[in-house]
Design a protein around this ligand. Structure first.
Ligand SMILES: [Zn+2]
Ligand SMILES: [Zn+2]
Length: 285
């Protein structure tokens, strides 16, 4: 087992009740973490202001109630001894809505999350899962340029958010069959994003959920579905040092699905270490 697998903390996962699109419990997440021999696992439920499911349920949870439920179960991966259960961390996935940035700043400041992920789920007031036709209105490279520039805006404004979530989320839902996001789709936007991230010490998330989604929705092979090496290399060229990796699991069966193969792929590119955050501080092992 390589170094990367030995100290793997899966930093982005959702729970039923707290995220409207998830079903697993924290006990199930931990059982899977033990089975996978993870060093640690984190919960990071959705906090998307101003959004509702079609049935009216909210994409925001009550951070106080969240801490009340989970803070006592927290275990730091950095303190883990042989024989201990995997670590358990409390993150939050903030959905970027420019008009709600004040609320996003406050939720991080006022609650003891180990880290915050800033993610783009909406473009022009639409989400790509339910309203792809409102988003994918021109050539893919134009849309991806807009997406990556908007993620750069979010990274700039939410400079205290440690992790930039799933840069490739929109590629899951683009109508084109060949929708994998590549550096050449939006080189100038990627460069801007990575420069902002380096300035703010933000970490690039490798979201294995996108790998699985491209395989399931678009028929990519596992090899083809891996993140574009040009994106990851450019991030490093511009000074990006750290990566984090996650399942982004919402249901039990998604825990660790194709993560081992993704780690092996990343190791082949020289990416051998995945970080996590405890009380906002970066940890490796
Ligand atoms: Zn997300
Ligand atoms: Zn997520």
């Amino acid at each position: 087992m390589g170094q990367a697998m030995r100290y793997l903390v899966d930093t982005h996962n959702h729970l039923g009740f707290w995220s409207p699109d998830a079903t697993q419990t924290d006990e199930e997440l931990m059982e899977e973490a033990i089975r996978r021999r993870l060093h640690g696992v984190a919960i990071s439920d959705h906090f998307d202001p101003d959004c509702e499911m079609d049935d009216g349920s909210s994409w925001m949870f009550d951070p106080k109630a969240y801490m009340k439920s989970f803070y006592g179960k927290r275990r730091l991966p950095s303190q883990r001894k042989a024989g201990d259960f995997p670590g358990f961390l409390i993150g939050i996935e903030l959905g970027w809505i420019p008009d709600a940035s004040q609320l996003l700043h406050e939720v991080i400041k006022n609650h003891p999350f180990d880290f915050a992920i800033i993610s783009l789920h909406f473009l022009r007031d639409h989400d790509p899962y339910t309203h792809a036709e409102e988003i994918f209105t021109s050539e893919l490279h134009r849309i991806y340029d807009e997406v990556i520039h908007t993620i750069a805006d979010s990274a700039e404004e939410m400079s205290e958010a440690q992790i930039i979530g799933h840069f490739d989320f929109f590629s899951r839902y683009a109508p084109e069959r060949d929708s994998k996001m590549c550096y050449e789709h939006a080189p100038e936007a990627f460069d801007r994003l990575f420069k902002v991230m380096v300035k703010n010490d933000q970490v690039l998330e490798i979201n294995v959920g996108t790998v699985n989604s491209l395989m399931k929705r678009k028929g990519y092979s596992l090899d083809q579905a891996m993140p574009d090496p040009a994106i990851l290399n450019r991030y490093r060229e511009l000074g990006g040092r750290h990566f984090t990796i996650c399942s982004d699991a919402h249901h039990v069966g998604q825990n660790g699905l194709h993560m081992r193969e993704t780690v092996t792929y990343l190791e082949s590119l020289g990416i051998t270490e995945f970080v996590w955050f405890e009380e906002g501080e970066l940890n490796t092992h």
